[in-house]
Every structure is written in structure tokens, then in C-alpha cells.
Design a protein around this ligand. Structure first.
Ligand code: PLP
Length: 413
């Protein structure tokens, strides 16, 4: 092990000498991926009417264009009439749902959330830092729930929601989860739909951000959460979110909300005060560009052709550089945008610090946990989608050097 440390020290010194400037933090599409949607920039051309004759240039149409909702009803597993197309950001819709629940009350609620002493959300960990940031913003307590390889630990969820009426929600990224890559099993989806909750207004925030973002031929299907909740006797429990941010243009896409008829009426009632209607010109050009569900699938194949080599490279370099060290484990996701690297307890922050000192910026250690606190200090999120292959190889190789350096230092301390 001393020899391993000596070698890692020498490699690290070389790494620092190279004066790199690389960024592995950005879970966003690469420019080449955005180029795939270039035709959107010249659509809808001189056309401005939707299939039902709506003039997309004008106000109105809060529910969103039906032809676009028809395209995404299948991938998001929401009946078209219960799917709303609104705005450019699903995160924005999640934010709005929290605000409306706080200030307006939910169907089935006995009072507004803001009138209650404590509100808490269950947070499967590792998870998505922006979900946690929303909770912090609104003083919603976060209760970590361990992730298993088939979704959040159902026994823990069942215990927490059964006992405590202040537990109002759970964050879920059901397919190719951010950052673990886990997809929820049928058992977990059924369990979440049927579990008994003390709060009558308990909601599942079902953030299906990676619904069509496959990296392999094994195109994972996750069970229908609306059906699971209806069968479990809780039809109003799920809020489904999705968007085209990582399908077409991130920031200039279309976001979706799907739920029970009562929740859709609730959302639209609030949304009607907030806006006179969504950007239907953007919705029209998306419908013209993507055409149908098969069009979405074909488009995602083109993303996959760009992304797969990057994920393969990460796997190859980590296996070459760390495979026989016992110092790290990493996920091999079947889809989505991230790889989770697990290093020995107490090492993640130091690995990130050493990498930064060598010019490789990583997502802050702890970001995958509520309030930035990973109690084991072991999880590092790798975002391989944005850099080119050359930069990515340098960054992952350098990261592996940092893991060996910090891991051996700690083992020998
Ligand atoms: N949800 C998850 C799980 C994400 O990873 C992301 C982006 O990284 C988002 C939501 C953001 O989606 P949007 O661009 O629709 O706001």
C-alpha cells in the first residue's frame, strides 16, 4: 500500500504540473447534443395554428397544446387529458406546486401547509440537490431515506409517513435517478402508491426527468405511478413532472405536469392567476419537430450515440485506474446523466479538494444529500455529458489519481 501511495503522490504531482482546467460538474447536454435540435430554431416557420385551430401567437390555452401532450402522454405515463404542458422548466413547476400547496392548500388537505407548524419531505439519498434547495427555500424539513437498488427503502418510507402527519411529500426520480442511476421496481412503485400516510395531503413528487434517456438497449420501463396510486386508494397522491430540457434545448424546452383530474384542476386554477397562458409557439415547434412518440425515441437514439461513448469511457478509466485498489465503487447506469462514485468513508471532500487543486472541478461532495451533509462523506457525483471525450478522459484519469492519493493516505494514516 505504501508503494501505491508513493505512485499516487508522483502521479498527483504530475497532474498539478499540467495546469489543467476541467469541469465535471455540469449535468447538462453538450453542444453536440443541442445541435441535434437545430431545426427547432427555424420552426414553426410561418405556421402558427395548432391542430385544433388555436392561434399559438395569442393568449390562452393554459392546459398546453394537445398535439404536444399526445406525444408525451406515453413516455410520462399520464393520460393526455391529465397532462399539462406549461413553461420551460419542470423544476419551476415543482417550485410552483410547493408554493400553491403552502399558500393555497391541496385537494384533500385539512389546512394550508404554511399554517402548519412543521412540514417535512422524505429525501431519498443520494438525490438531486435542487430538490433539497427547494425544501431549504421554503423551510421544509428534509428526512433522508436510504436508496436501495430498486428505489427508496419502502420499510423506512412506510414507517415515516404512517407516524407523522407533518410528512407531506417525497422526492422521487423514478427512472435513471439523479445521481445513482437507479430505476424503481414495480414493487416500490406499488408500495409508494398504497402505503398508509398520516397526512391526507401526502404527495409523491415524481420527477421523471429521464423518462426516455436510455443509454443501452435495455430500455427500462418504470410502472405507472398514477395507476399504482389509484389502485392503492390514493388517486391524488402523485404529481408527475417531466420536461424536454434534455431532449431538445435545455432552458428553451417544454415542461409537463401530470396528475389526477382533481390535482390538474387545482394546478390550473392557481396557474390561471399566475399567467394568461403558456408559450404555445414553443409547444407548436416542439410538436412539429418531434412529430410523435416514435419521433422522440429516434431523437433520443441520436443523443444516446453521443452519450454512450462518454459513459463507456468513464467506466473503462475507473476500472483501469481503480479496479484493483478496493478504494472505490461506481455505478454503471443504464440511462440518465450521472455516475455515482463511492470512495472510502471520510474521503469524498478531500478527493474533491485535491481534484480542484489540480484544476478538475467536481460537484461539491455532500451535494447529493440534504443540506450538503453526506454523513459518510463518501459520495461523489460525476457528470460526464458535457465535456468532449478528450477532456473527459483527462478529468476521470485525474480524479482516479486523487482517489488513490486520498484513499491510501487515509488508510496509512
Ligand atoms: N429534475 C432532475 C432530476 C434533474 O436532474 C434536472 C436537471 O438536471 C431537472 C429536474 C431540471 O429540469 P428542468 O430543466 O425541466 O427544470
Amino acid at each position: 500500500m505504501t508503494a501505491g501511495l508513493d505512485a499516487a503522490r508522483a502521479e498527483y504531482a504530475d497532474l498539478v504540473d499540467r495546469g489543467l482546467s476541467l469541469d465535471l460538474t455540469r449535468g447538462k447536454p453538450s453542444p453536440e447534443q443541442l445541435d441535434l435540435s437545430a431545426p427547432l430554431l427555424s420552426l414553426p416557420g410561418d405556421r402558427h395554428t395548432a391542430a385544433d385551430g388555436t392561434d399559438c401567437r395569442n393568449y390562452g390555452g393554459l392546459h398546453g397544446l394537445r398535439e404536444l401532450r399526445e406525444i408525451f402522454a406515453g413516455p410520462l405515463r399520464v393520460p393526455v387529458d391529465q397532462l399539462v404542458a406549461a413553461g420551460n422548466s419542470s423544476l419551476g413547476l415543482m417550485h410552483d406546486c410547493l408554493v400553491y400547496a403552502l399558500l393555497g392548500g391541496l385537494p384533500g388537505a385539512t389546512s394550508r401547509w404554511v399554517d402548519q407548524e412543521r412540514i417535512a419531505f422524505l429525501c431519498p439519498v443520494p438525490g438531486y440537490d435542487r430538490h433539497f434547495a427547494l425544501c431549504e427555500r421554503f423551510d421544509i424539513d428534509m428526512v433522508p431515506v436510504p436508496m436501495t437498488d430498486e428505489g427508496p427503502d419502502l420499510d423506512v418510507v412506510a414507517r415515516l409517513v404512517a407516524d407523522d402527519p407533518s410528512v407531506k411529500g417525497i422526492w422521487c426520480v423514478p427512472k435513471y435517478s439523479n445521481p445513482s442511476g437507479v430505476s424503481y421496481s414495480d414493487r416500490v412503485v406499488r408500495g409508494l402508491g398504497s402505503v398508509a400516510a398520516a397526512a391526507p395531503d401526502f404527495r409523491i413528487f415524481w420527477d421523471n426527468a429521464y423518462a426516455v434517456h436510455h443509454l443501452t438497449d435495455e430500455q427500462v420501463e418504470v410502472a405507472d405511478v398514477l395507476a399504482a396510486c389509484a389502485e392503492g386508494g390514493h388517486p391524488d397522491r402523485p404529481f408527475v413532472f417531466g420536461s424536454t430540457s434534455k431532449i431538445t434545448l435545455a432552458g428553451a424546452g417544454v415542461a409537463f405536469f401530470g396528475s389526477s383530474p382533481a390535482n390538474v384542476a387545482w394546478l390550473l386554477g392557481h396557474a390561471a392567476k399566475r399567467t394568461i397562458g403558456p408559450d404555445k409557439v414553443n409547444q407548436l415547434r416542439h410538436a412539429l419537430f418531434l412529430r410523435d412518440e416514435a419521433g422522440v425515441r429516434a431523437h433520443m437514439e441520436r443523443h444516446r450515440a453521443l452519450l454512450r461513448p462518454k459513459f463507456d469511457l468513464v467506466r473503462r478509466v475507473l476500472a483501469d485506474r481503480l479496479g484493483d485498489t478496493g478504494l472505490a465503487e461506481w455505478t454503471e447506469p443504464l440511462g440518465g446523466y450521472f455516475v455515482t462514485l463511492t470512495v472510502p468513508d471520510g474521503c469524498a471532500r478531500e478527493v474533491v479538494r485535491r481534484a480542484a487543486a489540480a484544476g478538475i472541478v467536481l460537484t461539491p461532495a455532500g451535494a447529493t444529500h440534504p443540506r450538503g451533509d453526506d454523513p459518510r462523506d463518501a459520495v461523489i457525483r460525476i457528470a460526464p455529458t458535457y465535456p468532449g471525450l478528450g477532456e473527459l478522459e483527462q478529468a476521470i484519469t485525474g480524479l482516479a489519481t486523487c482517489v488513490r492519493l486520498v484513499g491510501y493516505e487515509k488508510a496509512l494514516a
